[in-house]
Design a protein around this ligand. Sequence first.
Ligand code: DX5
Ligand code: ZN
Length: 222
Amino acid sequence: MLENKLAPSMMCADPFKLSDTLADFKKCGIEYLHIDVMDGQFVPNFTLGTDYCRILKKNTDIPLDIHLMINDPENKLSWFEFGEGDYVSVHAESTKHLQRALSLIKSRGAKPMVAINPATPIEVLEYVLDDICGVLVMTVNPGFAGQKMIPATFDKIKRLREYLDARGYRNVEIEVDGNVSFANALLMREAGANIFVGGTSSVFSSEGSICENIARMRNSLK
Ligand code: DX5
Ligand code: ZN
């Protein structure tokens, strides 16, 4: 069973409290910082960018989990600072050269991950299973925080875990992204996910402080 990891969604973090938030994450043993990068073309929004990744790398040793929601990512990877221990995900729907993008990420020592939108079949992974360390399952249509999870994605997580295990890829991790609430996280875990992107409905929920929400998240995953 792959261990549970939390990856707070930094687009949901208050930029005016960033250093306190990073200190809280360090104190709570957060495993990754989920960085949503959007180009306004692959998804209808702009969020965090190359400078944000560079600044985070300079100010914390918590590994990055860079989620590239950009077209033709293979031509833009050199714009970003990442390396050993960082996850970098590219969308299967965003490039004609998925395997090339994944091998470029690996050549820089980072962990390649394929992100798939809610309507994208898991079979797109068939010929890149040897090139990935994880799969990022979008449980909402990418672009905005605060959305509601698409119910069909529960079954998709379960099918993906079975698909990977049946082919001998038990170590390939499944990350879930979008409305990963305290309640949804447990159901996602039971379906086979082990990396959880905490956004407005969990880590950054107004129901508690960041540390309280993280503790609640970890307890709900036990
Ligand atoms: C959506 C982003 C998610 C989002 C999560 O495109 O990839 O990371 O910030 O926010 P919530 O948890 O509010 O859905
Ligand atoms: Zn994301």
